[in-house]
Design a protein. Structure first.
Lengths: 300, 303
């Protein structure tokens, strides 16, 4: 049913007649009369008793009046909901990433976003690597990906956030067992000999090519990040993580740069075209973070 | 078989070739050779993707077992006399990857530096028995009682408790927080479906508290960092809650959420290195002098 008819009908009831209603609605009287007759024909019922001077609702008309007002109220509610989403008073943004970025930059990105848009819930989906991010965006299960930009995302839009440095994180009790003390920066070849706790199944892990063949010095092949951090803190092995993760998640652990340095470009990726308001806000937050990103402070 | 597993683990020939450091045709050829030998297709080749066939799926576990055996044999030959070598394969449900099991892995690594550990993810808890029988892993860490565990031996490792954590500086009265009186602070949760999380969320809802959501994340490791960043409160495992002293306000919830968990294995098929681990577990659990989740002293002095 055309919503206009419902609006016209309610206006006729409220204004007590066709003439006044037509004035209020800014339409001609004949077209309003015509519309009401069309409505009656479609409903198969007479809504108004036209015998007197004034229009009076029939029983069917009274029943329809109740339903019509409910319809209009629901329409208003639906519009309000849409407006709230548009104005970011309500809603959710779906972001996809993988464990390499779950702390840096995800925590800071979500913190900034929620500070700007406290009514929007952030949902973070986890996938297995850049290909998983690509897939989730194309399938539509997420609107924005946080990922490694050194990989191509055909047909998608990318924007950088920061260059992330990967460091060797190791506890003093492990470095102490080594023949020679570690000095910053450490050679990449150290990854062939030092006991390591890393996730060998993680395809996104960039330093994989730096490991020795067979990865025999990997003492624990661990997929659970929290466990990896804890084992490193206990000196069981060293690991390779973003500098921020080494600094924030592993107290007492020393972070060493590699020589040459190991870095990756982190950014966001999304579908071209119109974004949902929440996704557009998230993308804007990432852009703002990119301009304010300061290189992570050098550690002594 | 090594190539076959590499294709499975790296979700395709390209990834496998890169991981193994060989050319793609080498992997394709090896795979075709294996399929010819077995007389069955191991993968459905759909478009550019590869999906395991039923036959392929049935080969995954046994292949892992074979590779473990080969690795153990090779290492046994090169190991110094009496040294414990080989690989311990443990799968754990994501909520059970901290606390006692980390103590056990750490102690195992300290004692047997030539042995190796693989600590991977148990996605479901209802098929433990077949995972272990099919050789996907030797040990599994799961909630108790097990849904299906006939024939498996189970050692209880402890009780997992979930604690409420809030950003540092949050003013909360001392003592446990009643679910009906949770502070009006948005929460960082993992999605529904995680064993204990659902029960807790349901209880919160029943208690009539309407906690606002800030973030729902599948990346469990980011919960505590998000709380520390001030994004909101969260419910985390006790050992996680205790891992960053001074950076969060931590409280028990009332009622408490406790659920036993344990280590499951098949005693009849234990590898030598697996047997060594079982001995260590028994020794550890009977030794009262070993506090679980101990914190190195120097870490305390940092704060």
């Amino acid at each position: 049913m055309d919503l206009h008819f419902v609006t016209y009908f309610v206006a006729v009831v409220d204004h007590g007649g066709i003439t006044k209603a037509a004035q209020a609605l800014y339409i001609s009287q004949p077209s309003l009369s015509q519309a009401i007759r069309t409505l009656e024909r479609r409903l198969g019922a007479t809504l108004f008793d036209r015998t007197g001077r004034r229009l009076v609702l029939t029983d069917a008309g009274r029943t329809f009046d109740l339903a019509a007002r409910r319809i209009l109220a629901d329409v208003e509610r639906a519009k309000a909901k849409v407006t709230a989403v548009r104005e970011l008073e309500f809603g959710r943004v779906d972001v996809v990433s993988y464990s390499a970025f779950s702390i840096d930059p995800m925590v800071e990105l979500v913190r900034r976003f929620r500070a700007n848009f406290p009514k929007i819930v952030v949902r973070v989906l986890d996938t297995y690597g850049p290909a998983g991010v690509d897939n989730a965006l194309r399938r539509g299960s997420a609107e924005v990906g946080v990922t490694d930009l050194s990989i191509g995302y055909e047909g998608l839009v990318t924007a950088p956030i920061a260059t992330q440095e990967l460091v060797l994180a190791t506890h003093a009790s492990l470095s102490g067992r080594l023949a020679a003390p570690l000095t910053d920066p450490v050679p990449r070849a150290l990854l062939h000999s030092l006991p390591l706790v890393v996730d060998l199944g993680d395809q996104s892990n960039q330093f994989r090519g730096l490991l020795s063949e067979g990865a025999e010095n990997v003492v624990v092949d661990c997929v659970h990040p929290v466990t990896t951090w804890e084992l490193v803190r206990r000196g069981i092995g060293a690991t390779v993580v973003p500098r921020r993760v080494a600094q924030q998640q592993m107290t007492d652990v020393c972070a060493f740069s590699f020589d040459p340095p190991l870095t990756r470009d982190v950014g966001i990726v999304y579908r071209s075209g119109e974004q949902s308001p929440a996704a557009a806000a998230f993308i804007a937050t990432a852009a703002e973070m990119a301009t304010s990103a300061v290189p992570s402070e050098e550690e002594e | 078989m090594e190539y076959f597993l590499a294709v499975v683990e790296n979700k395709g020939i390209n990834g496998a070739a890169a991981a193994l450091g060989v050319a793609q045709p080498t992997v394709s050829q090896a795979l075709r050779g294996l399929e010819r030998e077995l007389g069955v297709r191991l993968f459905h080749r759909i478009g550019r993707g590869m999906v395991l066939s039923a036959a392929g799926r049935s080969l995954v576990g046994p292949s892992r077992q074979v590779l473990r055996d080969v690795a153990a044999a090779a290492e046994q030959l090169t190991a110094s006399d009496g040294a414990i070598v080989g690989r311990l394969d443990i799968m754990a449900f994501p909520a059970l990857t901290s606390g006692t099991i980390v103590d056990l892995i750490a102690e195992f690594c300290r004692r047997y530096p030539q042995a190796r550990v693989r600590f991977s993810e148990l996605e479901r808890e209802d098929n433990l028995e077949s995972l272990i029988r099919d050789g996907h892993c030797e040990f599994a860490v799961a909630h108790l009682p097990l849904e299906a565990g006939e024939g498996l031996e189970i050692v209880e490792l402890g009780e997992q408790e979930y604690r409420l954590v809030y950003p540092a500086g949050t003013e909360l009265p001392e003592g446990p927080v009643r679910l009906s009186e949770m502070p009006d602070i948005p929460m960082v949760f993992v999605p529904r479906g995680a064993a204990m999380g659902d029960a807790i969320e349901d209880s919160i809802r029943k208690a009539g508290t309407r906690t606002e959501l800030a973030v729902v994340t599948e990346q469990r490791e980011s919960r505590l960092p998000m709380v520390i960043a001030g994004l909101g409160g969260s419910l985390v495992e006790r050992s996680v809650a205790k891992s960053m002293p001074g950076q969060v306000v931590e409280r028990a919830c009332e009622p408490r959420f406790l659920r036993a968990y344990g280590l499951a294995f098949d005693p009849s098929t234990l590898s030598p290195v697996g047997q060594v681990f079982v001995n260590l577990v028994h020794e550890y659990l009977s030794d009262e002098s070993l506090p679980d989740e101990r914190l190195p002293d120097e870490r305390r002095s940092q704060h």
